[in-house]
Design a protein around this ligand. Sequence first.
Ligand SMILES: *Cc1c(COP(=O)(O)O)cnc(C)c1O
Length: 391
Amino acid sequence: MTSSVLPTYNRAPLHFVKGEGAWLIEEDGRRFLDLGSGIAVNALGHANPELVQVLTDQASKLWHVSNLYEIPQQEALATKLTDVTFADRVFFTNSGTEACELAVKMARKYWYEKGQPEKVEIVTFSGSFHGRSTAAIAAAGSEKMVKGFGPILGGFVHVAWGDHEGLHNAVNDTTAAILIEPVQGEGGIRPLPDQCLQGLRKLCDEKGILLILDEVQCGMGRTGRLFAHEWAGITPDIMMVAKGIGGGFPLGAVLATEAASSGMVPGTHGSTYGGNPLGCAVGKAVVDRIADPAFLDGVRARARTLRQKLEGLVAAHPDTFEEVRGMGLMIGLKTKIAPADFVQAGYNAEVITVPAADNIVRLLPPLNITEDEIAEAVTRLDRAATALETR
Ligand SMILES: *Cc1c(COP(=O)(O)O)cnc(C)c1O
């Protein structure tokens, strides 16, 4: 098949024409239960009526004006985010990758303004994913990401995930920041234990360096807390957010403390679309909903149900699955077969999952999936596993 689209993706031959909550409807009428949420994006389900209302209301008034002017919707969303997090300042982007760009610039500028311009290095971890820009691929550093793309942006130091000694050796007088996902997403749903995140915070405090958390995938209620780092009782200096925050509208953000963001004065950064009225109106509705403690209680309850049922699924299919891991509604099924084969079997059973590294099939359902849908989802996953075992 020839397509006019640049062939950078391996796409499944599925054509979804409509979404309703946790369901995606194919052109041919089949109804798929969506445990992928467009890679943790549609956090409140497809075509959420409340979000549709907010989007269409704003769309009929004003979409875009640029950051040459004040944008009340942007102010309102920033205020909401600073109210419910560690942050004092917020910059809005259109994606996680752009959030990564600013996080890197902000950390370096912080040290430059402090009169320590030699502090530029950012320590990152194997298996991490921060986006596809030149800075983001340099941050991840894997051959798969950087090979063929010319000189790699300097200033990133890579440490093996879980290598404490390597981490301590990597931090020196030129270190500006440590950048880590509290739960690796693309890397295969690998949660960082609470004590490791606490240890990172302590190390950063001792050395006076900045802690940057990439919560693009694990944030916005995904783990059952508004942000994953809350479980460890620590706060970062800078945090990247995207995916779930727009509920499907392209929106990202960098949240930071007053101190960490102090170098970003007028003229140092910008984005034409970033923080546009349309995106921020939707984002505000999403954050209002997800930050509600009662909603997060519900996420944790649904996560417990799903986890329990998945433990049963794994026990029932020992030749297909090795274990369940993850936090909240950010779950990995470690497979003994190629994860892509399981994802395909899922399509046949009309349930959508997402592969990840480390032989993981990811489950990232909408945060408001119902208990009945969870039961139905696991029935379909069971059907997929059985079909693979009897082929
Ligand atoms: C998806 C992702 C990104 C990149 O976000 P985009 O919106 O695709 O640019 C960065 N970090 C993490 C952890 C992600 O999961």
